[in-house]
Design a protein around this ligand. Structure first.
Ligand SMILES: O=C(O)CCC(=O)C(=O)O
Ligand SMILES: [Fe+2]
Length: 358
């Protein structure tokens, strides 16, 4: 089976261009103004199309959900020695005002700019940072992505994809992880299922609007749970577009009620058995198609020690530039690029419940 992961090693010209952008946007005039630095990195990336065109084109195809590739890994490890080492993982979550951008973050935004994309932080992440940090913090130790607990198969906020039409969705097209530090080599797992691998009856059942929309608890589910029905997969027949964030809880629910479980179990079994790993090395940036690829992570091998040796990855949402005005409708302060759940929810709740397809 062909892998859906494409690993890209940048050329010297690409690397030099990205490092040049880091030098520019990290200039003192932008210190403490990280939101401007992000915008500036995207702008410079889009202007550097001569040298970053290849990387931009690859990401643009992922954002448009085109082609067989579902994950792009960009190996920027060679650039890391040019910069200060990544500091110890903070013991408290950053406040938005104190947020620090590392060179890898800036390079990522430049590549997003070269793809004509727009990056934003997640709706409803507890820390409200520009880029969501996944880190073990003393103060916020919790069973989530930064701890020794497993992260079950999910896509990011995909339950918000409520339309039968692929264009109607309020989540990101692509999720991006920048791996800052990963001493125990804990890998992100990914799977891009082939619809042809599912039995036709299974695919039909998963396309019915008979499942619950469950957002991730750790993305403020208390206020963002949208309790209406959805299908598990939908979209064109030749690809599976996921619409779940909490597949395991769906299973619990159906286990209790005794129906539909085999269908979900079949999907889960497929995800488990054919999964791949993202390289996840320090200096890697992974761009993952958030519609067609589900991701997960096994429990971290070493519990967090809060001594700077912890795994640390930083996450960012990416959409096509054309979706920027739409997303900005749900941001209190568009310059800060944070979707605000209070503004988003009324919109979601006003959407018509999609028609059942079968
Ligand atoms: O820790 C990982 O590798 C994945 C974390 C994750 O699922 C996320 O940040 O969305
Ligand atoms: Fe995730």
């Amino acid at each position: 089976m062909n892998s859906f992961i494409e690993r890209v090693v940048p050329t010297d010209l690409e690397l030099d261009t990205l490092c040049g952008i880091v030098d520019e946007v990290s200039a003192p005039r932008l210190r403490g103004r990280e939101h401007e630095a992000i915008a500036e990195a995207e702008r410079q990336g889009s202007a550097a199309i001569d040298s970053l065109g290849r990387l931009g084109q690859k990401l643009a195809e992922l954002i448009a959900h085109r082609g067989p590739v579902g994950v792009i890994e960009i190996d920027l490890g060679k650039a890391l020695p040019r910069y200060e080492p990544i500091p110890p993982t903070p013991t408290e979550l950053d406040s938005p005002a104190e947020h620090v951008l590392f060179p890898l973050d800036v390079m990522r935004c430049a590549i997003i700019g070269a793809a004509g994309g727009y990056s934003y932080g997640y709706s409803g992440q507890g820390n409200s940072n520009v880029c969501d940090d996944l880190m073990p913090t003393n103060k916020n130790l919790r069973p989530g992505a930064s701890t020794r607990f497993a992260v079950n198969w999910h896509t990011e906020d995909a339950p918000y994809n409520r339309g039968p039409d692929n264009r109607l969705h309020t989540t990101c097209d692509v999720i991006s992880f920048a791996y800052l530090r990963n001493p125990s080599a804990d890998m992100t797992r990914v799977n891009k299922p082939d619809p042809a691998s599912l039995r036709p009856e299974t695919l039909e059942a998963l396309k019915k609007y008979q499942f619950k929309l469950l957002t991730s608890y750790y993305q403020k589910a208390a206020s963002s749970n949208v309790d209406t029905s959805t299908s598990f997969v939908y979209g064109p027949d030749d690809w599976i577009r996921f619409s779940f964030a909490r597949i395991s809880e769906q299973m619990d629910d159906y286990r209790t009620r005794g129906n539909l479980l085999p269908v979900i179990e079949e999907l889960m079994g497929g995800l488990e058995s054919n999964s791949r790993q993202v390289s996840s090395c320090p200096g890697d940036i992974a761009f993952i198609d958030n519609m067609r690829v589900a991701h997960a992570r096994a429990p971290l091998k070493n519990p967090a020690k809060f001594d700077g040796s912890d795994r640390w990855l930083r996450r960012l949402g990416v959409v096509a530039g054309s979706r920027r005005p739409f997303l900005e409708r749900f941001m209190k302060d568009p310059a800060r690029r944070l979707v605000n759940n209070e503004q988003l929810l009324p919109y979601l709740q006003s959407l018509p419940i999609p028609h059942q397809t079968v």
